[in-house]
Structures are given as structure tokens and as C-alpha cells.
Design a protein around this ligand. Sequence first.
Ligand code: TPP
Length: 516
Amino acid sequence: MTTFFGNPGSTELPFLADLPSDFRYILGLQEAVAVGMADGFAQASGLPTLVNLHTAPGVGNAMGAIFNAQANKSPLVLTAGQQVRAMMTLQANLTNRDATAVPHPFVKWSYEPPRAEEVPAALAHATYMSTLPPKGPAFVSIPMDDWNVEVDRDAVNGAIERSVTGRAAADPAVVKELAGRLAGASNPVLVAGPDIDAAGAWDAAVALAERQRLPVLASPAPGGGRIGFPESHPNFQGILPPAIGPLAEALQGHDLVLVLGAAVFSYYPYIPGPFLPKGASLVAVTSDPDEAARAPVGDAIVADVKLVLEQLVEALGEASRDAPEPRPAPPEPAPSQPMSGTEAMAALADAFPDGGIVVLESPSSTLALRNQLRISRPGSYFFGAGGGLGFGLAAAVGVQLARPNRPVACVIGEGSAQYAITALWSAVAYSTPITFLVLSNAEYAILKWFAAMEKVERAPGLDLPALDCVAIAGAYGVRSRRVEGREQLTSALRKAFSSDAPELIEVTVAPGMWLE
Ligand SMILES: Cc1ncc(C[n+]2csc(CCOP(=O)(O)OP(=O)(O)O)c2C)c(N)n1
């Protein structure tokens, strides 16, 4: 936890005094950015990550990002400064009188130690809580005078120098039964979810799919922050739609649906229908007891998805059923002026470097990116599962800090970019050579799409004329340029990917939704 994030105030300064030289403090200019950067860092590194916020207003500013971190199952240790203990009861300026209540319900645990001597143990507790499944944020409020109190090292070492692990295997009898169901099914399908990536289980998922000749679908794009299966693999068949009726429709013909590392399901919008096609049954494997409990249909096994996959691979032989037909390559998008989101994503695919990582927050082009890019390496895709805008720009900085040797592309709508725009400053300050690709369509395209579906007419506030991201980025010190057309875009992207500084490219895309 030697890299940590924050935005300081007077109540946090004692914590920051005399940092050891091997600690790195990453400053975010607004708390949504500090937490978003930490979220990206925690997910890309797999490590618990500390964020220090400024008492009540700092935590308040961060709430949307904390919600996202919970949805992303990001192991964040959130701390906030607090007034000195001697002035808390009289509620001196900056006192957060109900500090532990503020971050609820988006944290797993929230605490203010009753004595300074217990701060180390509380931080250890929060750290272990954040990393136990389901991973997520935990919070500690720390009165500012606690940092100068001497503690007995022996007394706190017991709480700190421990290992606490939470990877649990499933009951072997349950896995055996599941293996039997899979072997006996006539047309099973695997649904790959984000926790396969977080658990490091790509190889095991591929082994199971290949051995059992399973078609594989990705869990719905919203609600799934990571990719759990190589999208160019011949068994991969596409992404499930997120609404109830269409999702069941997409599973038509399958008698067993095996969901790995995803909730069942993160539905939206509301299009009612049966949860499963007739004759189908479902089994979900998840490390999250709440996901298991709240599913509207199917059985669930609460366990580490990688361990269960490995147990299944061991229990099952080669299936004799036919492997699925590989899906065709993405269609070449028709050129248009301005280009479509699909064409922009095709340009990104042309320029995309080996080992590249995408951080995505471009609502109208989410599916276009998935279909055109077909990401096929683990740890290469991060999307805000909670749906709160502001994740993308900030998380990209954290991802790049955690993965300094991999090229990172942040693909973002010009509307979405505004929610955490000051992350551009951090990108420059900490020399993260991110390629920011801003898709500019002068509107909130996805909301217009929703408005049509919800039969909402004449809603105000859905147009974004005259937003100039090149000028904004320039003010934060990011080299930036506007391009038009696929050729210019591809060449600008290639240059940006090979640059050792952050670069921003803004491209005009046509209004509308891009699903292919
Ligand atoms: C914090 C937050 N506020 C508002 C929204 C609602 N919202 C969802 S998508 C969207 C528009 C995004 O615009 P842009 O990034 O330009 O993408 P486009 O839809 O045009 O592709 C908004 C405002 C949200 N998801 N999160």
C-alpha cells in the first residue's frame, strides 16, 4: 500500500507528515478523481489501495466514486481526517459528527476508533475487510491528533502482522453435482462475468469451454466492469443484452446456463419477460453471497470462481458435443461524415497496440468498442460497473500507474469526461502516458436513446454544443488535438500510443447509438 491517493485538507496533514521515501502520494484535485484513480489502481494491481479524503465534504464529494468502487468490487481502504478529539463534542469547525454514517451504504465497514491507540488495528481491519470477497471499500475516520500519539508497537503488531485470506473453495459434492449437470446437458452455455478477470481465472475458463465445447457469452455490458473470456476465441459468441426479456431470448435453446463470476443479472432497462427460456436451468458461481442470495432464478454456489473452474476442469473430460461455430469478424463499417462510433472503434482496433488496456466510458459506443476490438487478454478492460460517470478518466490514471509497462487507452464521451475532468492534471503530474480518445457527438446520445425508449418527449438538457475538450485538456497540460476521419484518427492514435506522455485526441462522431 505504498502508493496511495487523496486530496488533503488541514485535518489530513498530520497523516501526511514525514512520509517514508518509498511511499508515493498521488494527488487528485477533486475527491471523485482521488477515489476513481484508486479504484483503477486497485483493480489493475489486485492490491488493497488507500485513499485519504478530507473529512465530511471530501467523503461527500467522493460518494459517486465510492458507489462505483463498490460495484467494481474494488478493495479500497478509505480514510478521512476528523477534528481533534478534544473539539469533536463541541462540534468545532470541520467536525464530522456522524463520520461513520456518511459513506454508508457503499462501504462494507465504517469505523471511527474510540482511542488513538486503536487506529492501526482499525486500518488493518479495514484493509482485510476490503480484500475479503466480495471485495469493496471500507472506511476509517481518524481524528487528526491521533497521528502524534505514541503506541506500543508490540500491542499493534499482533493486529497488523497477520495474513487474512478469503478465497474459499466449494463443497466438493456440490461441484461434483454441477460437473454431472454439465456433462449431462445437451446444449449448455457459459456466461463469463467480470470476477473471472478479478480472480485470475481466464485460463481455467478457456480450458472448461474448450474441454466441454461450450459456447460462451459475456455477461451484460452495463454492470460488468471487466471481461472474463477472450472475445476473439472461437467459442465466444457475443454479449448478453441487459434487459430481462431479451436476455432470456438470447439464451433460447440452451438447457443449462452456467454463470461464472457475475450477478444474475445486472438488468436494465426494464423489459419484462421470463428470466430464462423454457426448459433451461441456471447455476451461478460467485464469491459474493449477496449476488447468490438475490438472484431471481437458478441455483448458486458461493465460492472463488477460479477454484471452482479448476475443480470442474479436473472433474470433466472432453465432451463429445460439437464446438460452436466461431462468430464472424466484425463487419467493416461504412465510412460516413462525421464518422460513426463504430468506425471510430474500428480505427482504434487498427491502431491498438499489443498488450493494450482499455478504460471505457463512452456510453453510445460501448458495444461498438467491444465488437470491434474483441479484447482477448486478461486485465485489459475496465468499465465502471456502477454506471456513475466520472470513473473513466480517473480510473485510467490509476490503471496506468498500476501497469506502467502497458499502453492504456481511455475511450470516453465528451459528456462523461466532464465528471472527473481534473484527472487530466493528475495524468500529467504523474507522467502517465495514457491515450485519451474523446468521442464528441455534441449530445448525451445514450439519454436520447433512453428518451425514445421511455417515450419521453422534449426533455431538456440532452445537447452539449460547444464543448471543446482539446482546449480543456490543453489547460491541464495535456498535449491534445482534434482529428476528423478514420485515416487521421488511426494515425493520431498510433502516435499517441507510442508517446511517453499523456495525449488527448478528440474526434467528431455522428450522433446516435453504435451497437456493432
Ligand atoms: C454521475 C452520473 N450522472 C449522470 C449520469 C447519467 N448519464 C448516463 S450516460 C450520460 C451521457 C453521457 O454523455 P457522453 O459521455 O457524451 O456519451 P454519449 O451518450 O453521447 O455516448 C449521462 C448524463 C450518470 N450515468 N452518472
